[in-house]
Design a protein around this ligand. Structure first.
Ligand SMILES: [Zn+2]
Length: 145
């Protein structure tokens, strides 16, 4: 059994590992009933005012920016406080360990760590499991199941 937390009410619940052969499963929270999509790789949980989104991360470079018609960002947020090319996450594997670094690409409104410190542009910030940053009106957490 593996334990997870509902993204809505934070209630813990367990999942039979036999079904964790897929990249993701959808489970309705036994407490509040909200459908949680659970992914089994590294992914970002983007918590905005009215919704929670989950984005799977790929090895190498992953970009995040504001949603526009011409945006080429891998992850697009509908938030005017987010720059078109806001930040970049790089996933690398060394000695079977996964390392994730986060870099602000010179965004207008910045990227803030959990201590509310603004990351310097081009600073390579080590982004660890369950760590989060604030971008615009969203909280972005790194999840690795
Ligand atoms: Zn719930």
């Amino acid at each position: 059994m593996k334990y997870f937390k509902c993204g809505n009410c934070q209630a813990p619940y367990k999942i039979d590992e036999a079904i964790i052969k897929k990249v993701q499963v959808a489970v309705n929270c036994p407490k509040c009933g909200v459908k949680n999509i659970i992914r089994f790789g590294p992914f970002l949980v983007v918590q905005s005012k009215d919704k929670i989104q989950q984005f799977p991360l790929k090895m190498g470079k992953n970009t995040l920016g504001r949603k526009t018609e011409s945006s080429g960002a891998d992850f697009q947020l509908e938030d005017e406080h987010v720059s078109r090319n806001h930040l970049e996450l790089v996933l690398e594997e060394t000695d079977n360990k996964l390392f994730v670094t986060l870099e602000d690409k010179g965004s207008l409104n910045g990227t803030f760590n959990k201590n509310k410190l603004r990351l310097k542009p081009s600073q390579k910030y080590p982004f660890k499991k369950d760590d989060f940053v604030i971008v615009g009106l969203s909280k972005i957490t790194l999840k690795i199941n």
